[in-house]
Ligand binder design. Structure first.
Ligand SMILES: C[S@@+](CC[C@H](N)C(=O)[O-])C[C@H]1O[C@@H](n2cnc3c(N)ncnc32)[C@H](O)[C@@H]1O
Length: 393
């Protein structure tokens, strides 16, 4: 069979809206950053779409496409990948392409299965619009009968997105003990309340502390926690830089803490042996002031680009340092860009794995190319020095 025939056969099946899921793997170029693509059908505003989940080495990206667009997009992947596994309601189709695009296509009958279409709104959320959740009502996100207020919908989505990350990290948390969790720079604590609610609903014993500089906000949060009977949740007025009241924590959350406050939180988390770190940085200014890299002047001469570059480089360095410090780290999309530009989430799970020499050298080369002395590296210099003297500046 020719490749054009195989493509047409698969496109024809996709058009029947019977796709259950698909996986595209085996990039032709090992250097290809995109490693794998997963497809599944999804209903968006009652219209059938196919969701593409792009798995890069460190991040996941999603795109929802209409059928025609999806078929068109597949064209690119037939060029770049070699293995295609499609599962339809009654059969599966496996396509393998050789180096020279020789086609090997196998169709296998399957037990008929119903396609479960994920829905864009209520169904895919962990907290549902229409179902009253006490903390959401108390914080004014929902009306008493559970309707999400129109002006709070973005907040509601953000809370749900955050809970998805919390849910994903449960296997990385210690089991059978009270979980010590800190939220540094908790602000009005929508996400702290959500975290507490979600984990206790899941049956965990938790002791959660939210920390923030703002006294009034903290007093109000404590009052709300008392009203809700959330005994394992308290809030403290304090500065992330000075907080020292812990020996060990299980999870560190720091969402939108400004500039190096994020690094202070990350370094505390590592020192206290946090099993899980969820951090969304904000206003990464520190590196911006340090950047000194002639070959990048074409970019760095523009303030706008320099800002963006500094933010990306800062978060990349944070991720790299956490990996070197024994964490499996990923940079993931937190919420859509249209809601806020603060959308990179650093997710780190402790593994205790020592870095390879190659990893260390790669980081050092990047750091030195930028002329950077990252705050996090300075904060962690003692621990980094024990790993390799190259990591200390
Ligand atoms: C942008 S708000 C984010 C609030 C919340 N984490 C969220 O994502 O919705 C940042 C919060 O960090 C707090 N903050 C900033 N620097 C801090 C520091 N050094 N110590 C404690 N809190 C800090 C601010 O008071 C503010 O409430």
């Amino acid at each position: 069979m020719e490749l054009t025939e195989a493509k047409a056969l698969i496109a024809g099946k996709i058009e029947t809206k019977t796709l259950v899921n698909a996986t595209i793997s085996g990039p032709r170029q090992k250097s290809n950053e995109l490693k794998r693509i997963k497809l599944k059908p999804i209903l968006l505003k009652d219209t059938y779409h196919i969701q593409f989940e792009f798995q890069y080495e460190r991040i996941l990206k999603h795109e929802n496409l209409l059928i025609d667009e999806a078929i068109e997009r597949l064209e690119i992947f037939y060029e770049d990948f070699r293995q295609f596994q499609f599962r339809f309601e009654k059969e599966s189709v496996q396509l393998q392409l050789s180096k020279k695009f020789k086609v090997n296509l196998k169709t296998t009958k399957e037990e008929a299965q119903q396609v479960e279409l994920a829905h864009d709104r209520k169904k895919s959320y962990l907290l549902e619009d229409g179902v009253p959740t006490p903390f959401l009502v108390r914080l004014g996100v929902q009306t008493p009968d559970g309707k999400v207020k129109r002006q709070k919908y973005d907040k509601f989505k953000q809370i749900n997105r955050f809970l998805e990350f919390v849910d994903d990290s449960i296997p990385a948390l210690p089991q059978g003990q009270t979980l010590r969790i800190l939220d540094f720079g908790c602000g009005k604590a929508y996400l702290t309340f959500a975290l507490y609610h979600y984990l206790t609903e899941k049956g965990f014993e938790v002791a959660v502390t939210g920390l923030d500089l703002k006294r009034e906000v903290i007093e109000e949060c404590n009052e709300i926690a008392r009203d809700l009977g959330y005994d394992g949740l308290d809030f403290l007025v304090g500065d992330i830089h000075d907080y020292s009241g812990e020996d060990a924590v299980d999870m560190m959350v720091t969402l939108h803490a400004c500039d190096v406050a994020t690094d202070v939180a990350l370094s505390r988390a590592v020192r206290w042996g946090a099993s899980v770190i969820l951090s969304v940085p904000c206003c990464q200014k520190e590196l911006n002031r340090q950047l000194d890299c002639a070959p990048l002047e074409v970019m760095l001469q523009h303030g706008l680009i320099k800002d963006k570059f500094a933010s990306l480089a800062t978060d990349s360095i944070r991720a790299e340092l956490l990996t070197i410090l024994g964490y499996e780290t990923q940079l993931l999309e937190f919420i859509d860009l249209e809601h806020t530009p603060k959308n990179t989430l650093i997710r780190a799970y402790r593994t205790g794995k020592a870095p390879t020499e190659e990893k260390i050298d790669r980081y050092v080369a990047f750091r030195d190319m930028l002329g950077a002395k990252p705050f996090l590296a300075v904060e962690m210099s003692e621990r980094l020095g024990q790993i390799s003297s190259k990591l200390v500046q």
